[in-house]
Design a binder for this molecule. Sequence first.
Ligand code: AMO
Length: 424
Amino acid sequence: MRRTLTSALPATRPGEQVRLQGWVHRRRELAKVTFLVLRDRTGPAQVVLPAGTDLPPEETPIEVVGTATRNEQAPGGVEVTEATVTALSEPADTPAVELWRPTLDTGLPTLLDHAATTWRHPVQRAKWELAAASLRGFRETLDAQDFTEVHSPKLVEQATESGANVFTVDYFGRPAYLAQSPQFYKQQLVGVFERVYEVGPVFRAEPHDTVRHLAEYVSLDVELGFVEDHHEVMACLRDVIAGMVEGIERYAGPAVERLGLTLPHVPDRIPTIHFRRALEIAAAPVDEPDLNPGHERALGEWARSEHGSDFLLVEGYPTAHRAFYSHPDPDDPHWSRAFDLIFRGIELVSGAQRLHRYDDYVRTLEERGYPYAPYATYVEAFRRGIPPHGGFAIGLERWVGRLVEAPNIREVTLFPRDLHRLAP
Ligand code: AMO
């Protein structure tokens, strides 16, 4: 007999024999009857058994063979009666949290220490379902625009973003780093495919314990060639974010419902302001080189009240404070063609048009006092014909964190890595 998923129970014929597999979600002993709720990847099903039936404890994997029977009170209107229950593993230990309760009321340390089981809670699981559906939307949007998915090495010779927060590893007796970003590779691959994207882990030795930083996170990187300027890159970003929301609507409807979420609306054109204006709005000093979390919150509130938007693009950050590969504004090189996307008051995306001429790279490295040698293979790629290009990177955990308005990014990370945590 083939396995029936709980979601397929409503479509069975009354009286049909079914075979379910899943976990013991909950056992309830009443005077005349025992209820067993079995949970599989598609949801719960109710199994009715005689009073006093001996059942394995919650979270034990089981198989149930029985009769599909109409009952309006059961989930999906069908339950399983006249059933036999077989354990598929030894009895499970009592989980650290009661997974059958509708909400998971537990502190963050317990949630993280027992991640392999706490993620089983339907509400917790729903958060990763949003992430997975967003990834599908991300890929579908870019595939439809003729991008090629790539994968770049995570063991690298040089730091891409800054020297400070890299992890060093022993690479056959010489030092190497864990990649902070696919930045250098995605730019070089524009020379091959014109348009590329990558979904993968990146590593940041973040020395601070904050609610928005992880030591390892999932970066959604995009890079496209033959652009006029960064506005084309921002338009692509807009489409990608809209595609991620559509992905959630299409593939994670039940998760959205379980979480009681209102998904953001992505306007056709995301409100866009210059960095100078952003400082004014955030009431920051005019010579502030970057936006801090407080500024971002203020800008998020402003975007909501002025434009009714969850999103705000800030362009034209000071060149000297952006990564060396950022393209300066040709009209005033003090400002750059770099941008950030703020989503619900937090930086979600960084991007820019990049330098694409070899001489510009050499000059910029010199001006910044960076040595040439560690960047040689990257910079020399620009002698072999790289077109004007730009791109951006979205932090997956920040995206889901703001979608569900989690106070801490760790709540939406499957197995977070931070200053203190390397397990589970
Ligand atoms: P940046 O360093 O700004 O840019 O990172 C891009 C986005 O990644 C997310 N992010 C993080 N998420 C969790 N934990 C962290 N420690 C962390 N650091 C960053 C944020 C951020 O906006 N190479 C450039 C991108 C580019 O220009 O294409 C880069 O990596 O959401």
